[in-house]
Design a protein around this ligand. Structure first.
Ligand SMILES: *Cc1c(COP(=O)(O)O)cnc(C)c1O
Length: 948
């Protein structure tokens, strides 16, 4: 696509709206830092050795109006039809109150993952509703707070069965042949990477021979049929195998849930609960498990605990099983999941309630029965006599029917040359049914037969909790959403200074287009000519990301950073294998790396070898040499983060890359910190063979409270054949290259990153990076005397973030980094990253979007906290009596006639005077996380729990 340049837009106003500090502020900050110009600072901070020699080769910046006009033009190249393709994706109606108040509301979409539970009670409640909804509908006792997509969730279930079923650890995994083909492919890819056997078999004919670790079934099946699974489930159990059922949640309002049939695990997509098709994603996948499997379940889990006043409070449970703690021993590599989409799906259930959902399901089922009855009356035969919403019809010529349907404005699914699939959904109307029947040349008849088999009719209740039964008017719904979001601190209220996570502006113009129906209503499997606009946008975005990273090509398929890591490492393995070096399977990972790195390496079938950190925070060169030498014949790769997770540009990164290359290894550069490099340095040019980017960090996709994300990978020329698909054609798969997610991954949010890059242009992006570095260095300089900055590079400068070392202060005063994090809440701040990558520290990343005023407010808060630490030291109060240990303070805590603490209520609530005009009170006080883990409750508590 060519983007026209207009002279008016060469200096984009958007750039100055995206970047926080004004030119005069920049001067002030530079003075404090002792530099005469921003370029002077940048030239000192960023090693000359890695600097790119030319400006970014991307089209000039567009204004907001121009960018939106381009997006309109792209959107209009997509063709909107009635989507009856099914295959795991169904049209749905997003209630306007949910679209406007969640999807388009920064209070929800700019929130961070709820690691600080006291400021996240709203989204935690929404996610707990999600878990409760999934548990009820699947009939299983525990559900997590979302996974990435149905196919990868099925793969996670397979791996979980292999972990949990120790007796059959060496057994094969059997997939029923009646599973969606995209799921079979993703699971097969995982199995190939890990070297275990997967067999695809028709399980309706019974279990195949041999030792079986677990089986995977789908309900309803690929051909739409409702299977009677009890028999095969019982047989599998008898044979010592575990059972996973991929189930359609809407169908489960009418048919027996997997939990009641003895399944150990249920997974699936929640897209049709009000989340647009989005050309394939993002959507929240779910996973529910039987008792005993909770601790090995992947993904995040919300649980109920109590705060310091004994009030019920939510927080993420069992964090200890996750990759950021367990690294290569983690249950999965999933970090960013699909929180925002899970929240939407849960609110769809709150909005419709159990009766409303049942009605939506029955209507879709009824339309399908009308279609089936009419087709049979008209002489057609069907592939299956029982179905929920998908009728598979035997025809003479599938292409012919599909193209006739297409002419009539309807997309159908081609199953094979003589079968087409028709899926109904919430949006199906009688008119659509009539048009469809016209395509087949049959008359409308009344539904006759095709009842759900009696043995499969659901008899149990679901969604009985009051939250799904008390909100019926839109006023109530609007207020519920507002009440929850008011409990949370998101980017719309405060800086979120999270090191490694880059919480920058998600501008309104960037967000604008994602809900346009021309983008949002496109099914991922439409014929290529209906998704021309989407594919142009994706190809163009891939091109721009290629130019930015300095690689030879990019694939946007991975739907989170973790999935990019996995795809990138598979590309490396594929490359080694293609050169007859399949034995190369060792992955070197520095001790400071993000936990997903190690977890992804294991999933890609590699062996993790840890490289030590030197005292100055760089990679220990001696240890690196020793590890390379010890593994030189089997060295597959090194995974480094650049700038390092210590917030510093290691000057010798080229040396590290050269050493690994010399030993035959490949270099994976984790690009989560790309915000420190865009326009200044290119990983593809200073030694990287592959990198993932986090579009939900550097490229402005909002965090959504823990997802969605996009983790595209860029690769060098030699790895291009191993990229998981590209946007030419229909993201066609490559021979022998595993797919890691469905087709275009989280396509639906790509217009956000496209708009950001388009409105910034090469100059603007580079300016953003420079200002991010300026802001970080300003904070480091101003706070260093109060909280020493742990690692610095050239001339004591940091990159785009800095680590504040509290360990010595903790030893002296007893005040922990956690106390500081919680006390910051009283100042209305979200905490920095806590204890990563170094325990007992806080990592601060302001990003370019924060203005000097907000940065000064943060510095003031930190210095005030430092003074309170002094007061602990000087004995004004003990640590237990201090406002630090008792933080955060709720309104209930401070508005209390029995106040008897060693500090005043004013100090508790208004430690700095600015707070008198703008005060955030958290809904709960400090939460007992460990206590909640000991007594695990992961569904909505009864309302009585909140009574005094
Ligand atoms: C965020 C992050 C990741 C993981 O990305 P997800 O999208 O959460 O999977 C990996 N590495 C680093 C350094 C990160 O900061």
């Amino acid at each position: 696509m060519t983007v026209t340049q207009t002279s008016a837009s060469t200096t984009s106003e958007f750039v100055s709206r995206h970047i926080g500090p004004r030119p005069a502020d920049v001067e002030t900050m530079l003075q404090t830092l002792g530099y005469s110009s921003l370029d002077d600072l940048i030239d000192t901070a960023v090693p000359a050795d890695i600097r790119q020699d030319s400006m970014l080769d991307i089209p000039a910046a567009l204004s907001e109006t121009e960018a939106l006009a381009h997006l309109r033009a792209l959107a209009s190249k997509n063709v909107m039809k009635t989507q009856m393709i099914g295959q795991g994706f169904y049209d749905t109606i997003t209630p306007a109150v949910i679209r406007r108040n969640i999807v388009e509301n920064p209070a929800w979409y700019t929130a961070y993952t709820p690691y600080q539970p006291e400021i996240s009670q709203g989204r935690l409640e929404a996610l707990l509703n999600f878990q409760t909804m999934v548990m009820d509908l699947t009939g299983l006792p525990i559900a997590n707070a979302s996974l990435l997509d149905e196919s990868s969730a099925a793969a996670e279930a397979v791996l979980m069965m292999r972990r949990a079923n120790k007796k059959k650890a060496k057994g094969k995994t059997v997939l029923d042949s009646n599973i969606f083909p995209q799921t079979i492919k993703v699971v097969q890819g995982r199995a190939d990477a890990l070297g275990f056997e997967v067999e695809v078999a028709d399980l309706s004919a019974g279990l195949p021979e041999g030792d079986i670790s677990g089986i995977l079934l789908q309900q309803p099946g690929n051909n739409g049929s409702i299977a009677e699974h009890e028999g095969i489930i019982a047989a599998a159990k008898e044979a010592g195998a575990m059972v996973t059922v991929i189930a359609d949640l809407l169908a489960l309002t009418m048919i027996t849930p997997p939990g009641e049939q003895g399944a150990d695990i249920a997974v699936g997509n929640t897209q049709r609960f009000g989340v647009p098709l989005f050309f394939g994603g993002p959507h929240a996948a779910y996973m529910a498990v039987a008792d005993g499997l909770t601790r090995s379940m992947p993904g995040r889990l919300v649980g109920v605990s109590v705060d310091d006043a004994g009030v019920p409070a939510y927080r993420l449970a069992l964090q200890t099983r996750e990759q950021h703690i367990r690294r290569e021993k983690a249950t999965s590599n999933i970090c960013t999941a699909q929180a925002l989409l899970a929240i939407c799906a849960s609110m769809y259930a709150v909005y419709h309630g159990p009766a409303g959902l049942k009605q939506i399901a029955s209507r879709a089922n009824n339309h399908a029965r009308v279609i089936a009855s009419s087709l049979v009356a008209g002489g057609f035969t069907l592939a299956s006599q029982s179905f929920f919403d998908t009728v598979v019809v035997n025809v003479e010529n599938a292409e012919q029917i599909i193209s006739a349907a297409n002419e009539a404005g309807i997309n159908l699914r081609k199953i094979n040359d003589t079968q087409v699939g028709v899926s109904t959904d919430e949006t199906t109307t009688s008119d659509i049914v009539k048009t469809l029947l016209g395509v087949f040349g049959v008359e409308l008849s009344a539904p006759e037969g095709f009842d759900i088999p009696a043995s499969q009719v659901r008899t149990s209740n679901y969604l009985t909790h009051p939250i799904f039964n008390t909100i019926s008017s839109e006023t109530q719904m609007m207020r519920y959403l507002r009440r929850l979001s008011d409990r949370d601190l998101a980017l719309d209220r405060t800086m979120i200074p999270l090191g490694s996570c880059t919480m920058k502006l998600n501008s309104a113009a960037e967000m604008e287009s994602i809900t346009w129906p021309e983008f949002a209503s496109i099914h991922p499997y439409v014929p290529a000519e209906q998704s021309v606009g989407w594919r142009e946008l994706i190809t163009d975005l891939e091109g721009r990301l290629t130019a930015i990273t300095g690689y030879a090509g990019v694939s946007i398929q991975p739907n989170a950073g973790s999935q990019g890591e996995y795809a990138g490492l598979l590309a490396i393995s594929g490359y080694h294998a293609s050169r007859g070096e399949a034995q190369r399977n060792v992955c070197l990972i520095p001790a400071s790396a993000h936990g997903t790195n190690a977890a992804s390496a294991v999933l890609a079938g590699m062996k993790v070898v840890v490289v030590k950190t030197a005292a100055d925070g760089t990679i220990d060169a001696n240890d690196l040499d020793a590890k390379i030498e010890a593994n030189k014949d089997v060295l597959a790769a090194i995974m480094i983060t650049y700038p390092s997770t210590h917030g510093v540009y290691d000057a010798d990164v080229r040396v590290v890359c050269d050493k690994v290359h010399a030993a035959g290894g490949q270099v994976y550069i984790d690009g989560a910190n790309m915000n420190a490099m865009v326009g200044l340095a290119q990983p593809g040019k200073f030694g990287g063979d592959v990198s993932h980017l986090n579009l939900h960090k550097t490229f402005c996709i909002p965090h959504g409270g823990g997802g969605p994300g996009v983790g595209p990978i860029g690769v060098g020329e030699h790895l291009l054949p191993f990229l998981p698909g590209d946007a030419s054609g229909s993201y066609t798969e490559r021979d022998g290259v595993p797919v890691v997610a469905t087709a275009f991954g989280s396509a639906g949010v790509l217009p956000i990153s496209w708009a950001y890059i388009a409105m910034m242009g090469g100059d603007g992006l580079t300016e953003a990076t420079k200002h991010a570095i300026l802001n970080a260095n300003y904070i480091a300089k101003c706070l260093n005397e109060h909280f020493p900055v742990l690692f610095t590079g050239n001339k004591d400068l940091v990159a785009h973030e800095c680590i504040l070392d509290l360990r010595e202060l903790t030893a002296k005063t007893g005040v922990t980094a956690e106390d500081v994090a919680k006390r910051l809440i009283d100042f209305g701040f979200h905490a920095p990253t806590l204890s990563f990558p170094v325990a007992g520290t806080l990592m601060v990343e302001p990003t370019e979007s924060e203005d000097l005023g907000e940065i000064e407010r943060f510095i003031e808060a930190m210095i005030t906290i430092r003074q309170e630490m002094e007061e602990v030291l000087s004995g004004v109060y003990s640590i237990e009596q201090s406002p630090l240990r008792n933080a955060p303070h709720t309104a209930t805590a401070v508005i209390n006639s029995n106040w008897d603490r060693k500090y005043s209520v004013e100090q508790a609530a208004f430690p700095v005077s600015g707070l008198k005009f703008d005060k955030y009170f958290p809904a709960v006080g400090r939460i007992d996380g460990a206590g909640g883990d000991r007594n695990l409750i992961c569904s909505c508590p009864a309302p009585e729990a909140f009574e005094d």
